[in-house]
Design a protein around this ligand. Structure first.
Ligand code: GAR
Length: 208
């Protein structure tokens, strides 16, 4: 059984998509054991409680240094014997210390086609605002393994989404979630649970 830990900060719709994927059997042999939020008011915590999943709140401000925050997160995940960590709208940056125990075991979903509109400063609605102000006709979402360099780890899956005339950041965010994020994130977790992902440098091979 794959023990999953999910890190969240907000609404938790991607957490919900993973929960639904497990409940329906699409993601086999896996269970979300722990949800950690860095924000005490994140609606994702309510979703976790409704699904009877243990939750923790660990905020950056509780610690003097970024590395102490990283250590606290890693310690909590190790205590829960987590095999795979999912960042699902987690709006904090993890430092190198976090990854020593979780190399190629941390995934993130980003609401754009990496390397476009990614890296420091590109998160949430800001990504969609930047896509619209650039006049792009196509955007999308990416799931990747997380490394200390923001949004630069090996890409697992990407899905393109049309930008429509008249979109604002909210309508575009919703379409990217519905047509891309909520599909490719459960699919990436399914592939991991089945042992079908192999990382070779920057490339991820899918053995199916
Ligand atoms: C999602 O669109 C996710 O891709 C994005 O925040 C939203 C969280 O929604 N993440 C980032 O921008 C990370 N760089 P959710 O809380 O409903 O899953």
């Amino acid at each position: 059984m794959l023990r999953i830990g999910v890190l969240v900060s907000g609404g938790g719709t991607n957490l919900q998509a993973i929960l639904d994927g497990i409940d329906s059997g699409f993601i086999p042999n896996a269970k979300i054991e722990l949800v950690i939020s860095n924000k005490s008011n994140a609606f994702a915590l309510t979703r976790a409680a409704q699904a009877n999943i243990e939750t923790s709140i660990i905020g950056r401000k509780q610690f003097e240094t970024p590395s102490a925050f990283d250590d606290a997160l890693a310690a909590r995940l190790k205590e829960a014997k987590i095999d795979l960590v999912l960042l699902a709208g987690f709006m904090a940056i993890l430092g190198p210390g976090f990854f020593s125990d979780f190399q190629n075991k941390v995934m993130n979903v980003h609401p754009a086609l990496i390397p476009a509109f990614s890296g420091p400063g590109y998160y949430g609605l800001k990504v969609h605002e930047a896509v619209l102000s650039t006049g792009c006709k196509v955007t999308g979402a990416s799931v990747h393994f997380v490394t200390p360099e923001v949004d630069a780890g090996p890409l697992i899956l990407q899905q393109a989404v049309e930008v429509k005339q008249g979109d604002d950041a909210e309508t575009l965010q919703r379409r990217v979630m519905e047509e891309a994020e909520w599909k490719i994130y459960p699919e990436a977790v399914r592939l991991f649970a089945l042992g079908l992902l192999e990382v070779h440098g920057r490339q991820v091979h899918i053995n199916n």
